[in-house]
Write a protein that binds this ligand. Structure first.
Ligand code: HEC
Length: 548
């Protein structure tokens, strides 16, 4: 399978040597694609065999809108809405930068506002997904799939309610005034010039992806995404992002409330010419950097400052197409406490759906990593990924449809759930269970072992010919960690944190990588302010932003 995922410098986590001797400065690291060959070897054919589901399994429930409408806008302007938000210029956040992310005179499109009134969030009673229970171990394969399919659509309709009916896709997902229930964004994905939220729809840049398209060769693309939190989730975020100037850094494992729901739209710069299933899907204009992976470079190889990044990587308004829609639900019936699922663009097959946001199909739902036995690698377990995965439901007919003309139907490690935007050697939960509060050097665990700068050369997760070390890596990265549990493993695989308060284990952000990123960017801004007081003006991103 020719899905390659390139990484950018900031994907890398810290140098273990630097960590051990306590040096705070970590330069931007250049990563090589050591894992791309492995990504190509996945058993594509085995994924095509269909565990077919009737399309009429589609849940038809509609929202009743019983929750009282929020009394006023949830967008308070407490935090910057986007990178270079003019309302925050006086804070010095973007000093010396070229302005590349503000509405220009005459701009008539939407301007993004952050929905951030977390403390005012009132938990709502409606949880339509509770009618379905895909986690029941006694279900037949067919019943499990039907339950998961209905669960996914119940969650999707819950997330869409009040967000997709403005009559114009450009003004949909404006969270400030949802009449059905309040929705919120995570703050502070706004500091890093390379990935910072753009001003039109609040999208942030994910890892660049090289897509190999049949007869077209390799195409460089970027993914741009935005996530939404329901009132239960916002109630939890309010403990960290209280509305005060500084967040309350969690000192113990963080937990989202039961019933928390997170949705995330992912857009690609690829077009229907590349991927026919992108026909008829929502297209947004976004203020993005060039999709050929703009990377700031200094002649001497040193890391670029924020100022240089804005000089070398300008942005411009371009079209992006909806490719994927991720969901996450805190559901105590799941063995790990969360269910992670995804939908993919299916614009040709779903052309007749009236609302373009519904021209998508569920790809799957997962509630564990199907951990291999200690002597087998994750790439070889289960033996038959189509029938053997117990901790997920994957809809093979959707996978097959995406693969008809493209290679976009790929999943994760040995068929574990992952979307077309994701790295084929991981899975939703494999990445998300690493989510942690950054330590005092602004480090967090690597979301994939391959992204760790301390990696043992040649080794990695989901290897097809694993060594002893790789088996140990799979035991960590494909373990099924519990929600709100510290991510840990042997020290050469998961180095320990260095927290100012002395905690010896990683403090979990309960699978939320956005929460982890928001705290990392916040901490970075604080450290930069200290430097500015000492008249050190060059700002180089020292933290590590996990990026898929
Ligand atoms: C290679 C690692 C990786 C994989 C695989 C991955 N994600 Fe994520 N995900 C991330 C990162 C990093 C973020 C935060 C960046 C952002 O959203 O801006 C994120 C954010 C999210 C969010 C927003 C809330 C949060 O947790 O921060 C959801 C929901 C989500 N992902 C769901 C999924 C689902 C569902 C899958 C599988 C289909 C998946 N992810 C696969 C890395 C990954």
């Amino acid at each position: 399978m020719a899905f390659l995922l390139s990484t950018e410098g900031k994907i890398a986590t810290w140098e273990i040597s630097l960590c051990l001797i306590g040096i705070v400065k970590v330069q931007t690291l250049k990563m090589t694609n050591t894992f791309k060959d492995e990504a190509m070897k996945l058993p594509l054919a085995s994924l095509l065999i269909g565990a077919l589901l009737g399309a009429n399994a589609h849940a038809a429930g509609t929202q009743t809108g019983q929750t009282p409408p929020p009394s006023s806008s949830t967008c308070t302007g407490t935090y910057p809405s986007y990178f270079q938000d003019p309302a925050f210029t006086k804070t010095g956040m973007w000093d010396n930068q070229v302005i590349i992310n503000q509405a220009y005179p005459g701009w008539k499109g939407p301007i993004f506002k952050l929905s951030d009134a977390y403390s005012a969030a009132k938990a709502d009673q409606e949880m339509p997904w509770l009618k379905f229970n895909p986690f029941d171990k006694n279900l037949s394969e067919k019943d499990k799939n039907t339950q998961a399919w209905n669960y996914l659509w119940a969650v999707m309709q819950y997330i869409q309610a009040g967000n997709i009916d403005s009559g114009d896709i450009n003004t949909d997902w404006d969270l400030c005034n949802n009449k059905v229930r309040a929705w919120y964004h995570i703050p502070y994905q706004t500091y890093d010039p390379m990935s910072g939220r753009e001003f039109i729809h609040g999208l942030t840049r994910e890892a660049p992806v090289t897509m190999a398209v049949k007869d077209q060769g390799d195409i460089k693309t970027t993914m741009w995404a935005v996530g939404f939190y329901n009132p239960q989730a916002a109630g939890s975020l309010a403990k960290v992002w209280t509305g005060a100037a500084a967040p309350v850094m969690p000192q113990a494992n963080f937990a989202f409330n039961e019933g928390s729901v997170i949705g995330k739209l992912l857009f690609t710069t690829a077009t229907p010419n590349n991927y026919p299933f992108l026909e008829n899907v929502p297209v947004w204009q976004a203020n993005i950097s060039s999709s050929d992976f703009c990377e700031c470079k200094n002649a001497d190889g040193s890391a670029c400052s924020f100022q240089q990044e804005t000089e070398q990587c300008p942005r411009s308004v371009a079209d992006v197409y909806l490719l994927q829609f991720d969901i996450a639900v805190r559901d105590s019936r799941s063995p790990v406490g969360w269910a992670y699922g995804t939908f993919v663009a299916d614009g040709q097959f779903k052309a007749k759906e009236k609302n373009p946001w519904n021209r998508i199909s569920p790809l799957g739902l997962m509630w564990g990593n199907d951990t291999p036995p200690a002597n087998v690698g994750a790439a070889a377990f289960p033996q038959n990924p189509v029938s053997g995965l117990k901790d997920s439901a994957v809809f093979q007919e959707v996978v097959g449809r995406l693969n008809e003309k493209t290679n976009a139907g790929h999943l994760g490690c040995n068929g574990r759930l992952n979307g077309p935007a994701d790295n084929a050697l991981s899975s939703c939960l494999s990445c998300h269970q690493t989510a942690s509060v950054p330590d005092s050097s602004n480090n967090t665990p690597a979301i994939m072992y391959q992204f760790a700068s301390y990696q043992e050369p040649g080794s990695g997760q989901c290897m097809t010919t694993p060594s002893k070390l790789d088996l140990a890596i799979d035991q960590v990265y494909f373990k099924s960690f519990q929600c709100s549990e510290s991510f840990n493993g042997p020290k050469n695989i998961v180095p320990l944190p260095q927290y100012a308060q002395g905690q010896t284990q990683w403090i979990s952000t309960d699978f939320s990588l956005q929460l982890s990123i928001s705290l990392t960017q916040w901490q970075e801004w604080q450290q930069d302010q200290e430097n500015l007081k000492k008249n050190i003006k060059v700002r180089v991103f020292d933290g590590t932003l996990p990026s898929r």
